[in-house]
Design a protein around this ligand. Structure first.
Ligand SMILES: O=C(O)CCC(=O)C(=O)O
Ligand SMILES: [Fe+2]
Length: 336
């Protein structure tokens, strides 16, 4: 029997219009409903930018530890910056990866007593003085991935027989952007298999650029399927917000990354896009033939989902980065 694998879609077919667009939308709906993951080619993000991102990641992770610690995430109430391997948790277990987190670059805001705690997610990024080119490359990358994701969101709206702009009011003031540059060290550096533990992503959609090393696995049925890197493609997956918005018609699928073999490390970049923080998740009214197939969103007693986007995003960040939570959010109820 053939090993199951992930579908591959070509975004240029959506732009081409006509029959190609109709086929694309049908494939998109099936892939997102049945698998929750697919490869995307024809996305228009230049190879040269993809290569620049992998190069600057490689340079960043090769900096001396002291330089990486100068931009440590624990300095930032906005959850931006460097996290060493073992410094992040998934379901309470340490992930064996080092990473650099970026979000929308905004000036520091003055907050007032009684403001919503998630307003503190807004703010500036941290950048290493040793790599002056990094800010421009990474912010261009984040903007390009945002464009692709917004296009996909419109395509999903059409595929679900909604107005094309049905999600627009949830992103009109700028969607929530969250980008990670990631390095998974090999088995010679850890006894742990867990690059990142099994999880679903919290936003609308995620785009992953993989370097040339495999490691990302997707749970299909009861089998973990390797998402082998395919040059020039992103791996796209459905996040919990889109699952909620579609009442479970679209599927957020569990996935994980397994630690590479000894002597090998793995680079990737993951971009998570959610609705703007002050939005509520829109609940789509599906036509009867789709509504009949909507399963309701999966519920997990260990991970309550909030319809208010800022609250949901902050909950995820506080759980993953306990050091930042203790340093900057100590007064918040653990329940948040
Ligand atoms: O590194 C990867 O390939 C995927 C990472 C991932 O799933 C995540 O950070 O949510
Ligand atoms: Fe993920």
């Amino acid at each position: 029997m053939n090993k199951p694998s992930l579908p591959q879609l070509d975004l240029s077919a959506f732009h081409a219009g006509g029959a190609q667009r109709v086929d694309f939308l049908r494939e998109l709906k099936t892939a997102a409903r049945e698998v929750g993951f697919f490869y995307l080619k024809g996305h228009g993000v230049p190879d040269s930018l993809q290569q620049q991102v992998l190069d600057v990641s490689r340079q960043f992770f090769a900096l001396p530890d002291a330089a990486k610690q100068r931009v440590a995430m624990v300095n930032s109430p906005h959850f931006r910056g460097y996290t060493r391997a073992g410094g992040e948790l998934t379901l309470g277990q340490a992930d064996w990866r080092e990473q650099f987190d970026v979000m929308r670059e905004t000036p520091l805001r003055r907050l007032h007593y009684g403001d919503q705690p998630w307003l503190r997610l807004h703010g500036p990024n941290q950048w290493p003085a040793e790599l002056p080119q990094m800010r421009d490359i990474v912010l261009r990358w984040q903007d390009s991935l945002t464009e692709v994701t917004l296009t996909l969101l419109r395509a999903f709206a059409i595929a679900l027989e909604q107005a094309e702009d049905v999600f627009d009011h949830t992103v009109a003031d700028g969607p929530f952007q969250h980008l990670k540059l990631i390095r998974y060290p090999g088995r010679d550096h850890t006894d742990s298999e867990q690059g990142v533990g099994a999880h679903k992503d919290a936003g609308y959609l995620t785009l992953v650029l993989q370097g040339d090393q495999p490691g990302l696995e997707v749970l299909l049925g009861d089998e973990w399927v390797l998402a082998t890197p395919v040059a020039g493609t992103f791996v796209v997956n459905i996040g919990e917000l889109l699952e909620l918005a579609s009442n479970g018609y679209l599927k957020a699928t569990l996935h994980r990354v397994v630690t590479p073999p000894a002597g090998i490390d793995r680079l990737s970049s993951a971009f998570f896009m959610a609705a703007q923080l002050d939005a509520n998740v829109p609940l789509l009214t599906l036509p009867a033939h789709l509504a009949a197939e909507a399963r309701g969103p999966a519920s997990d007693p260990h991970n309550p989902l909030f319809y208010q986007v800022g609250r949901n995003v902050l909950k995820g960040r506080l759980r993953s980065h306990v050091d930042v939570a203790n340093a900057h959010y100590g007064e918040l109820e653990p329940a948040l």
